[in-house]
Design a protein around this ligand. Sequence first.
Ligand code: PEP
Ligand code: MG
Length: 571
Amino acid sequence: MSEIESVDHKIISGIPGNSGIAIGNIVCINNKRRKVLPKSISVSEIDFHLNNFKDGRTALVAELSDMLEYLDAQSGSIIETQKQIVLDSEVEKRVESMIKDELLSSDFAVYKTFCDFIERLKESGSELFRQRIVDLENLRDRFIDVICDDEKSFSIKKGTILVTKELSPAELVTLHADGLSGLVMEKGGITSHAALIAQSLEIPCIVSAKNATSKAFNTKGILDGREGLLILEPEKEMLDSYKTKLKKLKKTQKRLLDNINEPSLTKSGTEFFLSANIEFESELNQLKKYNATNIGLLRTEGLLFSNKTEFDDQIRFYESVLSSTEGSVTFRLFDVGGDKLNAKIPEEANPFLGWRGIRMLLDEKDLLETQLKALLICAGKNKGRVKILIPMVSVEEEILQLKKIITKLQQDLSNSGHKIDNKVALGAMIEVPSAALNAEKLTEHLDFMSIGTNDLTQYTMAVDRGNEKICSLYQQQHPSLWKLIKITADASAKTNTEIAVCGELSGNVLGACGLIGLGIRNLSMISNAIPKVKEELISHNDSEFKELAESFLAASNTKQIKEKFEDWRVH
Ligand code: PEP
Ligand code: MG
């Protein structure tokens, strides 16, 4: 048992959300959600409430705009999306109608409008949308604060480590500007917006730290983001050892960035390719910073989220992405359980096993064909650079049906005078065990496969990836995952079909080394993970990676895999 584990009454543990070390004062807040009850107003009060809503909206938009000053591209785009939601015409229509037609107060009208929206997202099978619920709840509560002229809920001193139930991107950005040094949240997964922003602002962060707000108290502490630990009242010896680690960490970060322009070759000279996962347009300027030529996963669900699914909006977005790099872009078709705005989301007992990804797209022909048409036109103009990725494939027939639609659209586009790329690459996400097990057969219809280890973990371990209660079972490095990845990698080698991995596993150093060991050379990840992955991959030779991957396949649990990796790394 380590020194840290032996004093477990002073330790709060969770899932690493962003690595790094913070040492400072802990502030613990138990933030409660707003509850606004319906309040009737008289006809003579309508104008007052309409103005109150509009003034509140202007003030909130100004507050969000001020935050943009502090932000890099990734975080800025999240705040931009929040501004768009606040200014959304549908929000305005509903709030105004509640005030005018139903004679309800402005704070309740805003509350109810956001709550209805949130309910829809809850039913969506999309992890991305579910992760946004906390953002919307916080945005709703802040909107109501502003309307009711309430002060901001809290502020902090420079160097504070904050322990809280959850935090919105906007709050995190404000707290960062106030000098927040670390964050512990009870809720949220590693892909929650707060965790993503913590990564981009380089704030050490722990998520899913169960009951953290009731266990922590205001004292001094150490946050170890890599291990997912918050150590309360550390003894002097431990404090000194963490201070030394912190110094080393700062040096390492500098060295990693210096490596970024080195050739991407293992010690044996084998080339590998580290590409970026992109979700927001304003993340695009990170491609240069991390020297990523290709975008290995472009998530397009943001278009749905910000209500930009019109053909022209899509073309504009896709063109902007393509013009940001000379490399290839893998556009993933909408991966949701339903269009959040068209009220078609069915009530499903198990949304994650339900109508999502390609299953939904094949039913929603207009949505699918508009997206495909926009992508195929961009492909014609940018030959060889557009790749289309199908989400959530579980059976061969889904690929065949989609191919028929693509062939027909290509013919129509060609007949109407558009340039087309006859060789536009089509790939499938391998993120459901049935697809991994059947990969060799699927390759007959595919140009490439991309393994989505986030969902593959969810479906292999039978663990809802957003459920904190069972998050300890969400083990992306479990031996069963490595076995499914091996089957897929072998299918790719046998059939000479390109293969990539675009789930979180590839942005993890252990994961990346194991994947290279299985012969996978294309890894796509959150761009700021590229430096640390690259440093590890250029430091070993192919036989070492192979030996590591073999040891993962032979392990019987995740703990053993982690131990094997640590041993391998030091030898
Ligand atoms: C995955 O499932 O691994 C993946 C990359 O897609 P998403 O996280 O968007 O579901
Ligand atoms: Mg997925």
